[in-house]
Design a protein around this ligand. Structure first.
Ligand code: LLP
Length: 436
């Protein structure tokens, strides 16, 4: 996909850079992002919306992969930015991301976080619950600021994805329930608040969704709800935010619809439901994370130990694992991989890829067909761009890998590899303890 190729020597190249050279220059494990592909994914969303005629914002969900360089890139592509913590906000601000296009999310924004966002004048707050509504209003009043607010609703939709990443169902920690009356009450409260400009509502039905039916359902439920709101309060939304969750293909088993199809279905559905009642069309905002960066990321590892259990399995261990990609351990997520130095050789054996952490669950891929594997080979795990680096940890005191952006044969280091000093930076040595 993107600008990944196999060169004459049988090496994997990404963005015109030989993966073997990247591994040598920057070390492994290494996250490599194909910049052209991030831009292409962004533009596919933006162009699809332009064609629809709707006013829109495409907010990149920075939880999928946040660093200063990524926020800069999102700004350049005219995306907006969804942040869910003061840390993501801080990163965006340091990148010089236009504050009016920052949307602040989260189900438990702290007072400190809200103060920071108010100070920065972020573009809007996606208010999740009554506690936050009061807190934000108090802080905004004190600061004498009027803020743009969206209300996050829980539409009561079950989508077919992993339980941990499905968020639209009623029994959820997120948002105001539509069916239990909380959403209606939330609108009433928000409209009564002097410091609030209620832009509209937000729903997010889940992540890694493959088809459009959940989005169609969401639009219909929201529309039925907004009809009641209109009747009771005369309020009409200016903005409809339908969240993220657009699925990508990790292995040949995955078959998501294209970005264009998601946008086309959403815009068609909103147009149909709104035009029918002859009401002004709202702006449509979405928040893709995975579908912008997921397939643009590749992780390079060096293969070390190889343990063959005759007749059972061969464990091929890499120099990273659950610390740089928790998804297989956490969601049984599947990945595809190839040997970057033997990319044109046919498969010769089936092996399982293990990480180096002290956990039996630290397996990246079970049963993958590869050419004959040797220690020292470079393994490229594909489509690791979303929720890999952003969910990375220092378990076993491993140092988090570096991140490079590649394009047109040039590689640029955008996050340095952590050092041993980084690992102990916050440690405090105790004074020598006295002996008894
Ligand atoms: N908007 C909201 C309100 C969200 O909660 C999320 C993701 C997104 C947008 C972006 O969703 P995306 O387009 O990336 O699917 N760690 C999990 C995914 C958790 C998603 C959480 N919310 C994983 O690795 O699969």
């Amino acid at each position: 996909s993107g600008t990944s190729r196999i060169d004459g020597r049988g090496h994997l190249t990404i963005g015109g850079c030989d993966a073997m050279e990247l591994a040598k220059e920057f070390g492994t494990p290494l996250y490599v992002y194909d910049e052209a592909l991030i831009r292409q994914n962004s533009r596919r969303f933006v162009e699809s919306f332009k064609q629809s005629g709707f006013a829109f914002q495409v907010a990149y969900a920075s939880k999928a992969f946040s660093c200063i360089a990524m926020a800069q890139l999102a700004a350049e592509e005219n995306l907006s930015l969804d942040v869910v913590s003061s840390g993501e906000l801080y990163t965006a601000l340091q990148a010089g991301f236009p504050v009016e296009r920052i949307h602040f999310h989260g189900n438990n924004k702290t007072e400190e976080e809200l103060r920071m966002a108010l100070e920065a004048n972020v573009g809007c707050y996606v208010v999740d619950n009554f506690y936050e509504m009061e807190l934000l209003h108090d802080l905004a009043s004190t600061a004498n600021k009027r803020v743009n607010v969206m209300l996050r609703l829980t539409p009561g939709i079950e989508v077919h994805t992993h339980e941990y990443i499905s968020t639209g169902q009623e029994d959820s920690k997120f948002g105001f329930g539509v069916s239990d009356g909380q959403a209606m009450q939330a609108i009433q409260h928000a409209l009564a608040k002097k410091q609030f400009n209620l832009l509209g509502i937000h729903v997010h039905i889940g992540s890694q969704i493959f088809d459009t039916t959940g989005f169609v359902q969401a639009v219909r439920i929201v529309r039925a709800f907004l009809d009641r709101v209109h009747e009771e309060m005369g309020y009409e939304v200016q903005v409809l935010n339908l969240g993220g969750g657009f699925g990508i293909s990790y292995t040949s088993e995955d078959d998501p619809v294209a970005i264009e199809a998601f946008v086309e279905t959403i815009t068609r559905e909103v147009a149909a439901t709104w035009d029918e009642r002859d009401l002004p069309r709202p702006e449509i905002w979405i928040e893709p994370g995975r579908s912008i960066v997921g397939n643009a990321g590749t992780t390079l590892y060096t293969i070390g130990s190889i343990k063959e259990i005759p007749g059972i399995r061969t464990y091929v261990a890499v120099d990273g694992g659950m610390t740089d990609n928790i998804r297989p351990a956490l969601y049984q997520a599947k990945y595809d991989a190839l040997l970057a130095n033997k990319a044109s050789l046919p498969p010769a054996e089936t092996v399982s890829i293990a990480g180096k952490c002290c956990e039996s669950g630290d397996m990246l891929i079970w049963d993958i067909a590869l050419p004959k594997v040797n220690s020292g080979d470079i393994l490229a795990v594909l489509s690791t761009g979303a929720y890999g680096y952003s969910m990375a940890s220092n378990y076993n005191r491993l140092r988090r890998p570096a991140v490079v952006f590649v394009q047109d044969g040039e590689a640029e280091l955008v996050v340095e590899r952590e050092t041993y000093e980084d690992l102990i930076r916050k440690d405090r040595k105790r004074a020598v303890l006295s002996q008894i």
